[in-house]
Each structure stands twice: as structure tokens, then as C-alpha cells.
Ligand binder design. Structure first.
Ligand SMILES: [Zn+2]
Length: 246
């Protein structure tokens, strides 16, 4: 297939990296990533994936843009208040990189539509902000055999883990109990915290598509913005995991 001249210019900084190069860029252009949640995590994740030239981006969110989102959800701007997040996000992504095919899903990640949906994607970025989704997305990815990146945020702390279902420790290996209730009042966060974590999720998706480097598997990465520390907690598959135990 090969890159055209404008693509050679756009992706010049990838092309000079031996681990990417033209062959890698073609892989990215053929790559398909679903971003579930277009908020604090999904904004940087989707923007970096689009900028990197990931050829197909699924953008899923059922909500509309609210004023309180703008403190951290950098896909959306003040004139977008009241618009569906998928519409606002798709517009920004298309403006950033016309190479990206955008598919909009203005809906929640749902049990009945998940199997067909996941067949169209190589990797899933869980950028949701509620426990029900955080429990359900791993289930659906496990059933579909799709790799995914988990991330969660609270106040000044973020955590992230990449999962290859059936091969590495999964989200439910770590959190095996029933779905906990979401906090009644949102605990922040500081906007830059999901910014950092969403960027890490985008990097994981790109590495997965390219097959390069070491994925963030079997270790939970915890970022504490107040302490300015990154900690790695080794994790392993849980023989009692309600999801991936043999
Ligand atoms: Zn598990």
C-alpha cells in the first residue's frame, strides 16, 4: 500500500524511529481502537491515537458536554456545551487527522451489542469513570479475546494496567468482589491526572498495534500527582478470578 507524500510529512517523526518506520506506520493506519468514554481519560487517549494515525477510532460515550467537564476533558471546548460528546470529539479528531476513520457510538457500552462491536476492533481503551463499566468492559473483552487498557482515577491518583485476556492478570484478578458503589460526590480529579493516564493508555494501544516494547501487563502503575511518584505494583493472575480463572 505505502504512504503518500502528505502522510510521509505528517508521520515524519514516527518514520525516523527504527521501531516504527514506514512499516509500523502502515500498521497504525490499519489499526482499530475503541475508546470507551470521551472524558478526562478518553480525551488525551483519543487525541494521541488520532495524531499517531491509528486508522480507525471508535468513539463511545452516551453523554453530552457539561460545563464541569471542561476542567479536564480537553477534547471538548466551551462552544460544545450541550452537544453529544461523540459529536464534539469526532469533530476535533477529524480536524486533527483526516486519515482517521471515526465511528461514533452515542450510547453506553452494553452487554448485548458488545460482542459484535468488539469484532471490529483490535484494542479497547477503557476510559470510563464508573465501576459498572469498569467491571463490564473486562468481561466483554475477555469473551471477545480483545486486549484492553484499564485506567482509574481518584482525586490526585491514577492507576493503569494493560490486559491480554487469558494471558495476563486482568482487572477482575485484582478486584474480584461485586461492583462497588460509585462515590456520591465526585472526588476531583485534578485534570492533569487523567491527562497523564490517558496518554499512557494511548501509548499502550500504539505499542500493542505495533508489537513493540513491553506492555504494562502483570503490573499496576500508580501515579500520585501530589507526591509526584510513579509506583509499580506487581500483580498476577488470580486463581479465584471470577472472570479469567481456568
Ligand atoms: Zn482475571
Amino acid at each position: 500500500m505505502g504512504l503518500n507524500d502528505s502522510q510521509r510529512q505528517r508521520y515524519a517523526r514516527h518514520l525516523v524511529l527504527p521501531a516504527i518506520g514506514e512499516a509500523g506506520q502502515e500498521k497504525l493506519l490499519a489499526g482499530r481502537v475503541l475508546v470507551v468514554g470521551l472524558g478526562g481519560l478518553g480525551s488525551p487517549a483519543a487525541l494521541y491515537l488520532a495524531a499517531a494515525g491509528v486508522g480507525t477510532l471508535g468513539l463511545m460515550d452516551a453523554d453530552v458536554v457539561e460545563p464541569s467537564n471542561l476542567q479536564r476533558q480537553i477534547l471538548h471546548a466551551t462552544p460544545d456545551i450541550g452537544r453529544p460528546k461523540t459529536e464534539s470529539a469526532a469533530e476535533k479528531i477529524r480536524a486533527l487527522n483526516p486519515d482517521v476513520r471515526v465511528r461514533r457510538y452515542t450510547e453506553r457500552f452494553a452487554r448485548d451489542s458488545a460482542p459484535a462491536l468488539l469484532r471490529d476492533y483490535d484494542f479497547v481503551v477503557d476510559a470510563t469513570d464508573n465501576f459498572a463499566s469498569k467491571y463490564f468492559i473486562p468481561e466483554a473483552c475477555h469473551a471477545a479475546g480483545r486486549a484492553y487498557s484499564h485506567a482509574g482515577i481518584q482525586a490526585f491518583v491514577g492507576q493503569t494496567l494493560t490486559v491480554l485476556p487469558g494471558r495476563t492478570a486482568c482487572y477482575r484478578c485484582l478486584f474480584e468482589g461485586p461492583v462497588p458503589p460509585d462515590p456520591e460526590t465526585p472526588r476531583g480529579p485534578l485534570g492533569a491526572v487523567p491527562g497523564v493516564m490517558g496518554a499512557l493508555q494511548a501509548a499502550e494501544a500504539v505499542k500493542y498495534l505495533l508489537g513493540i516494547g513491553e506492555l504494562l501487563v502483570n503490573r499496576l502503575l500508580v501515579y500520585d500527582a501530589l507526591a509526584a511518584t510513579f509506583r509499580e505494583i506487581p500483580v498476577r493472575r488470580n486463581p479465584a478470578c471470577p472472570l479469567c480463572a481456568a
